[in-house]
Write a new protein. Structure first.
Length: 243
């Protein structure tokens, strides 16, 4: 076990003062479900996941706020959601192959189990929580930010077309396509403002712009923000129920 922790420290580039924190970050609940006697002297990583999630959101929010002073709240919210999504965190964890260091039950301990997005994202959150407790906020920030610096350009490129993102999200979540409609065109010809609406799962969101395309994109951004808020709230409720 000590050899594995030493290798993990080398991979992530951080030497822990309290190695028990690092070990705990990789203790999956399935191990304790299979071997409950281990709970006498070990702890699963779910509390560290909870802490790491909060640290990730805080560091990501402040980094985006400081790095992109000209972007509005809706855009920054979308970028943050993309960075800290399960898929995004799993990609970060995969760079270090964190799945191979997890302590799993025999049922979970297989190549497919160690590469699951949910497992990898949870491990990354727990690791961030452990780094924060052991090394402090600035060390955690130094660990997180390079991942965002490497990924932000791709996320910005995707966010340039919120109508495409909304369509993909609608198809994935509801098996439906967003329904757009023209609501209003107002103002003189040389300063025309258009208002477009998009209906998503029975809810209508409107956006305005100097062209129909811009108005459509504005409506799509509002719908995306609402849907992402709903998904976050649902995830929090599910976590509360598990606790």
């Amino acid at each position: 076990m000590n050899d594995q922790l030493t290798e993990l420290e080398r991979v992530i580039g951080i030497t822990f003062r309290d190695r028990a924190l690092l070990q705990t970050a990789f203790m999956h609940r399935s191990l304790f479900n299979e071997q409950p006697h281990l709970l006498n002297h070990l702890t699963d990583n779910e509390r560290l996941e909870f802490l790491g999630d909060s640290v990730l959101h805080f560091v990501t929010t402040t980094w985006l706020f400081e790095t992109f002073p000209d972007q509005d709240e809706a855009t920054l919210t979308n970028w943050r959601a993309a960075l800290v999504s399960t898929k995004g965190l799993a990609e970060c964890a995969a760079q270090f192959n964190l799945g191979q260091y997890a302590y799993l039950s025999r049922g979970e301990d297989n190549p497919g189990g160690r590469s699951r997005q949910k497992l990898l994202a949870d491990l990354f959150e727990a690791l961030v929580g452990a780094i924060y407790l052991d090394q402090g906020l600035e060390k955690a920030r130094a660990f997180i930010v390079p991942f965002w610096q490497a990924r932000i350009e791709q996320i910005i490129h995707i966010d340039l077309d919120p109508t495409t993102r909304l369509q993909e999200l609608m198809q994935a979540r509801f098996k439906q396509l967003p329904d757009y409609s023209m609501e209003e065109a107002r103002g003189p010809e040389h300063q025309r403002e258009y208002v477009m609406a998009v209906t998503v799962a029975g809810r209508k969101f409107t956006g305005s712009g100097s062209s129909k395309k811009e108005a459509k994109r504005a409506a799509a951004r509002k719908a995306l923000k609402a849907l992402e808020h709903d998904f976050t709230a649902t995830a929090i409720d599910a976590q509360d129920e598990r606790n």
